[in-house]
Design a protein around this ligand. Structure first.
Ligand code: GLY
Length: 366
């Protein structure tokens, strides 16, 4: 079992605990230590619930908490105001005023929605993240960005609201489809490119074993990624200093690909980001910031990770260009890209010429 501390001062610091079978063996001990209260609402999704039903029942029993288990569908449309109110109505039924806390036990949808509910219910109650996808373990469960969507845009209504604990139980990942593992891997590759050349090298050597979910290399990359994410959150918790924004490497064009495919699952988040990382690296090469051999290493690693390097599923370039213009990272009409300058280091650049952006998007269209 490994621990990473997210250091945010006395009141809001918390641990990310990474290891095997923690959820079934240690959860109640870890929760009891935090002294959160006697009423729990577990927010989860039907698939996770059907696999881990007994584990959930077991730890709630051992916690001796008055508890509700609330299932929400595992799709983006669950991140809605209607779903939030439904969840709160279920919570109200178990809340007898003896200290209620929330456990978000699922992937990004459950984590974002559960965390958001925790941030607004009674003006804020404690919550714990137990992410069940690789993507959520290395990224969305860490750092307190919680939100729901409006029809006009994703994550438009939200808050910075830190969890009290994150439990990344690697044994839970065994039930994931391999496409979801690859999607999480894209974010891990991102950390290597923007911050950690040793992690990048490790991935070059071990990616096959990681895809097979071999315990030691998988645990190491989740640990390294969590450490990197924790450092970004510590340096720029509210994403105002242009430091945490580096985590958006690959996300400008990646989000545009997702939006152009209207979040249809044509491209998973990680797949879209993989293409976005190559496109951003190509911009960096064209601007003379990154050496071509580094771009080749990035492309090769993404390929070895079983992720796409080109847009080949009939997406309209014009739609991608248009979606890219609506990106949240455009501030006062000025675009912002995170570009790598070498493997292990990236910087923020503004006003990238439109011609360059459309050129690299065209290059990515097979
Ligand atoms: N996923 C990007 C961030 O947490 O800032």
């Amino acid at each position: 079992m490994k621990k990473v501390r997210v250091s945010l001062g006395k009141k809001r610091s918390y641990d990310i605990v990474i290891g095997y079978k923690i959820a079934s063996n240690y959860l109640e001990k870890l929760i009891k230590k935090l002294g959160l209260g006697n009423e729990a609402a577990v927010i989860t999704n039907p698939a996770i619930h059907s696999i881990h039903r007994n584990a959930i029942k077991g730890f709630l029993k051992r916690l001796k908490a008055n508890a509700a288990t609330i299932k929400i569908p595992d799709r983006e449309t669950s991140k809605s105001n209607r779903q939030v109110i439904k969840i709160i109505e279920s919570i109200v039924k178990v809340d007898k005023g003896r200290g209620l806390f929330i456990i978000a036990f699922g992937g990004g949808v459950v984590g974002d929605t559960g965390g958001f509910v925790a941030s607004i219910y009674k003006r804020g109650v404690p919550y714990i993240q137990i992410p069940t996808t690789l993507l959520a373990q290395v990224d969305s469960a860490i750092g307190g960005k919680v939100a729901i969507d409006l029809t006009s845009a994703k994550n438009l209504v939200g808050a910075f609201y830190q969890p009290r604990l994150v439990i990344s139980d690697i044994s839970i990942l065994r039930s994931l489809p391999s496409r979801q593992i690859r999607s999480g891997l894209a974010e891990i590759i991102k950390y290597g490119i923007i911050k950690d050349k040793r992690l990048f090298k490790f991935l070059e050597r071990n990616i096959k074993d990681i895809l097979k979910l071999k315990r030691d290399p998988l645990e190491y990359v989740i640990y390294r990624s969590s450490k990197i994410k924790a450092a970004y959150v510590k340096a720029d918790e509210r994403d105002t200093k242009g430091i945490r924004a580096q985590l958006n490497f690959g996300h400008t064009i990646g989000h545009a690909i997702e939006a152009a495919s209207r979040y249809s699952k044509l491209y998973s988040h990680g797949e879209a980001i993989a293409i976005g990382m190559i496109a951003a690296s190509e911009i960096a090469v064209k601007m003379g910031l990154l050496k071509r051999p580094s771009l080749e290493r990035i492309t090769n690693l993404i390929k070895k990770g079983g992720l796409p390097t080109t847009i080949s599923r009939g997406l309209d370039i014009k739609k991608i260009m248009k979606a890219q213009l609506y990106d949240k990272k455009i501030i006062h009409g000025v675009n912002r890209f995170i570009l790598p300058v070498r493997i292990g280091k990236a910087n923020i650049y503004e006003k990238i010429p439109k011609r360059l952006i459309s050129e690299v998007i065209k290059n990515r269209c097979a």
